[in-house]
Design a protein around this ligand. Structure first.
Ligand SMILES: [Zn+2]
Length: 302
């Protein structure tokens, strides 16, 4: 395929897109996708992903897997420990960065609602947005927490939230520009936007190349570096206040990547490389497998 046959960048409209990598959907479809890089805005994106209507077929790994079911065996117990620790850590990030111990929080892409539930228990008023009915139903039954769908989100009143969170969600959204504008409207003055995303400049991304599990095509439409993400969010009226690494992601992603490569002893190899990547990230945060970013809504006059 000639470069000029590629469509313009879906984000900034520039032409001259450059192939970045070829990745396979190892999780669901085994289909192959090309990642493109925009020479103008630097964004890496999945070329020709399925439509949003069709994406549910690629998203549905089964609720059971996402929930972790009941904690049985060493891996199950470990998973529960890690999830519980991470929920606490996310809550601390929200509270320390917003300077609040309670307030109004919009959890966008809330999945099965564990984080929403944790924040409600801490005294926050939480509105959760989730596109899939199955997940909304789970949250209702498990936590008695009613989530809203994307249509209901349109009815939310502007300027009402202290915090908006997206935990590994933003890279799935087909219209990041529109979404950021909506978040800007919904946050009160000085409110914060907290988002966690995989980092294509991480040590493990560089090591595993097209096998890096966090490319997760075609579910991930955008593949951010700290620079491309911050440039995008900054354009929509936000300023970066803080960023930190997600400590367990390098292990999880490295183990998954090793499995995708069908290496023997994938768990041990992945764990060891994950450890290496995590150790590097202690001194070079920009090399973390995933990062949590905290942005503050700028005032009109800033
Ligand atoms: Zn672009």
């Amino acid at each position: 395929m000639k470069y000029q046959e590629f469509k313009p960048c879906p984000l900034c409209g520039a032409s001259g897109q450059i192939p970045y990598a070829g990745c396979t959907d190892y999780t669901v479809s085994k289909e192959h996708y090309t990642l493109m890089r925009c020479p103008s805005c630097g964004m890496v994106y999945t070329l020709d992903p399925p439509s949003q209507e069709d994406m549910s077929q690629y998203d549905k790994l089964g609720l059971k897997l996402k929930l972790g079911d009941s904690p049985s065996g060493l891996i199950g117990r470990l998973y529960y420990r890690v999830r519980s620790y991470m929920l606490g850590r996310k809550a601390k990030i929200v509270e320390s960065q917003s300077y609040r111990t309670a307030g109004t929080l919009l959890n966008y892409g809330a999945k099965t609602g564990f984080f929403s539930h944790r924040m409600e228990r801490r005294g926050w008023k939480v509105i959760s947005v989730e596109k899939y009915h199955e997940e909304r139903q789970f949250s209702l039954e498990m936590f008695h927490h009613r989530m809203i769908d994307l249509n209901e989100m349109d009815k939310l009143r502007p300027g009402t939230f202290d915090v908006i969170t997206l935990w590994h969600v933003f890279e799935h959204n087909p219209h990041p520009d529109k979404l950021l504008d909506r978040f800007y409207e919904l946050l009160r003055p000085g409110g914060i936007l907290v988002m966690a995303c995989p980092n294509i400049c991480s040590t493990d991304a560089m090591h595993y190349g097209p096998y890096w599990a966090a490319y997760d095509v075609p579910r991930h439409l955008w593949h951010f570096s700290p620079t491309s993400l911050c440039n995008l969010v900054h354009k929509h009226g936000f300023t970066l206040m803080h960023h930190e690494s997600m400590p367990f992601d390098s292990f999880y992603i490295s183990i998954l990547s090793e499995k995708q490569m069908r290496h023997k002893l994938a768990f041990i190899r992945g764990f060891l490389y994950g450890l290496h990547s995590w150790l590097v990230s202690l001194s070079k945060r920009g090399k973390s497998s995933s990062l949590v970013y905290v942005f503050r809504k700028r005032q009109e006059t800033e």
